[in-house]
Design a protein around this ligand. Structure first.
Ligand code: TYD
Length: 131
């Protein structure tokens, strides 16, 4: 599957830790950063695939599950460490669920917001992939 767990370099200190995302940490140039917060535990986010854009998801706080699907196989990945991010490459369907209280999901994207890059219907997604 076109996904990768990325360990974000960190500097540990008795005063707390710093995790650093820079050009060399991810295989694309950063064009957009957004974050999900105040998410009800019953909510599902995502529910789409990107035609071109890549995204790195980082659980800045709390935890949540990312269910990824390439049209053939489905995988659930729990993100719960602020220095472990999930890189989702293009053409992967994703759903985010099971958010803990106080969870914050940072998303670093290779593209600006372009609605035309989204496929928001799973049947359309499979058609797009020729499945
Ligand atoms: P949506 O893609 O449904 O959120 P998610 O996939 O993270 O659950 O986005 C919700 C709304 O916010 C939708 O109307 C599009 C808008 N939006 C922007 O305008 N810019 C952005 O960068 C993002 C991520 C969403």
């Amino acid at each position: 599957m076109n996904i990768e767990l990325i360990t974000i370099p960190k500097i540990e200190d008795y005063r707390g830790n710093i995790a650093i995302v820079e050009k060399s940490t991810i295989p694309f140039e950063i064009r957009r950063v957004y974050y999900l917060f105040d998410i009800p535990s019953s909510a599902t986010r995502g529910g789409h695939a990107h035609k071109e854009q890549l995204e790195l998801l980082i659980p800045l706080s709390g935890s949540f599950d990312v269910v990824v699907n390439d049209g053939k196989n489905k995988l659930t990945i729990t993100l719960n460490k602020p220095d472990k991010g999930l890189l989702i490459k293009n053409n992967i369907w994703r759903e985010l669920e099971n958010f803990s209280s106080g969870a914050v999901c940072l998303v670093i994207s290779s593209g600006e917001y372009i609605e035309e890059d989204y496929i928001r219907n799973f049947e359309e997604y499979k058609d797009y992939l020729g499945l």
